[in-house]
Design a protein around this ligand. Sequence first.
Ligand SMILES: Cc1cc2nc3c(=O)[nH]c(=O)nc-3n(C[C@H](O)[C@H](O)[C@H](O)COP(=O)(O)OP(=O)(O)OC[C@H]3O[C@@H](n4cnc5c(N)ncnc54)[C@H](O)[C@@H]3O)c2cc1C
Length: 345
Amino acid sequence: MTHHDVIVIGGGQAGLAIGYHLAQQGRRFTILEAADGPAAAWRGRWDSLRLFTPVRHDSLPGLAFPGDPDHYPTRDEVVAYLTEYTRHFALPVEYDSRVTAVRREGEGYVVELEDRTYRADQVVIATGPFQAPRVPEIAERLSGDVVQLHSTDYRTPDSIPAGPVLVVGGGNTGFQIAEELAGSHEVHLSVGSRQMPLPQRILGRDIFSFLVATGLMRKTVDSRIGRRMKDRDSLIGSTPRAARRRGIQLHGRTTEADSSTVRFEDGSSLVVTTVIWATGFRLDHAWIDAPIFDSQGAVVHQRGVTESPGLYFLGLPWQHTRGSALLGWVKDDAAYVAGTLVSRS
Ligand SMILES: Cc1cc2nc3c(=O)[nH]c(=O)nc-3n(C[C@H](O)[C@H](O)[C@H](O)COP(=O)(O)OP(=O)(O)OC[C@H]3O[C@@H](n4cnc5c(N)ncnc54)[C@H](O)[C@@H]3O)c2cc1C
């Protein structure tokens, strides 16, 4: 059984950021990645995706994201950057390596994969803030004639059949997919709970530069304002009014479905050809066997450090601040976890 000082599970931006620090510390470590290549989560997102964070706020530790600081990178530019990041620092990523179980044994951890088992003194879980697609139960009541997909499976407008499309979910993903489809389809957008719209730019400055300058990106999850921000997600660069101007028909929460008809909270209904569920994700940590979960199954931690000695998380939504699950800020939590790893080793 191979033994490592540290095993990182997940080779996305969070896994790479902690990998950078482990390499600097000269640790014996490996990064186990389920997918067959780098930037798997980004490769799985829709073709026209553009970041809402400009280049100046997209760098991982030690290597600047290339390009004009005010440019909003495409999905493929992020894939290229993460691929280059892995190569540049020669990070030891093992692909096609899905971890099926982690459990505490003795002073360390046993990490199981389908075909092999490793031991590690310390483990960092960096499996992402968006894991298992969440689809409401009413989806089962739609007939087989209705094309249904989760936003993770949406790629391009021409892959969506002609006819009315309902996008369910009023977050950034729902709005952006609806806006793209409005160029070619009759589009309806169902918004269950309204998110606070923020312009992409304020007085010529990017919203994130503004949030940095006002100190809001430093607000931690345990501060009063941090708790309020966490409970109310923001919609960046889209608004219901602009969506209407593009011809998107807005509806309230989707409450019922029957055959090819969906019903909304105000009692109105719509016959649909396609439904795209932009209804988010849930975390899936069922494969971790350690006493670190509360009664709701949420990870109990302080800035990623759990009560189980040597077991850490990185990249959780609001792990510490609004930026914890964002490209340009994950480095702060990575540096913190790396520092804690040293003190405990
Ligand atoms: C539509 C969308 C747009 C976004 N836009 C922006 C943006 O503009 N700017 C920004 O900063 N952030 C953005 N984000 C947020 C965030 O940057 C991304 O979600 C990012 O992918 C998170 O990186 P991560 O490394 O934490 O997780 P992921 O990128 O999800 O990486 C986790 C990795 O872990 C692997 N994995 C999972 N389970 C296992 C296992 N059991 N064993 C081994 N490997 C495993 C996965 O294959 C994956 O490669 C966006 C997110 C979404 C969904």
